[in-house]
Design a protein around this ligand. Sequence first.
Ligand code: SF4
Length: 230
Amino acid sequence: MRIHTILSSRVDGPGLRVVLFMQGCSLGCRFCQNRHLWNAQGGKEMNVEDVAEAILSHPDYCGNVTITGGEPFEQYESLAFLTCILKQKGSHIIVYSGYTFEELVSNRKIAVFPHIDVLVDGRFIYELDNPYLSYRGNQRVIDIPQTLKTGQISLLDWDSPQVIVDPEGNLLIPQGLGDMFAEIGESHSSPRCGQTVRHKMIHRSDRWQENQKLFADVMENQAMLLGETV
Ligand code: SF4
């Protein structure tokens, strides 16, 4: 299979994840942030077992894997084999695809589904890009086991208001909320997906109450932006 890189991340799905970037995508979404992954001859060739081993032995591997690209389903057989190996090892697997679930089903690319937990599906559509969503721009987040069980597409909620703080003290929030936290820390947009901002928090006890109020206000605001109630 052709891959670009394997690294760890907290912005490609919930939690600390080992992320495989596969090489090659023919879908050509406008303003794609991974154009360097379009060329199917780019990256490097590795056999599937070696890719699985590299993921499972990554120092940050704690059971979570994200497979993205590039377009993973354009290397369908390799993807099916890889997810099969990883699932046998107990991994929680998220796959990002520019194809929709329905397209994959109608093209009979279904052998991957029994091995994965979540499919984030569909083209990136710039006009629909929503900076208040977590870990994606406009795509759906499909609970694959539940969808297979019921025969109806079942969506996961990645957007309920929550505060995520990583072990280094960074606050992880959707990009659209970054300005609201400007006064309590620096922010950095992820170059990968553009959907998550990291804020260095200020750990000063005299500001904690103030910051808690700010969190509550912002999360309420986020809920309103998403059309939900807190
Ligand atoms: S499917 Fe993903 S990698 Fe391919 S063009 Fe669209 S955004 Fe880029």
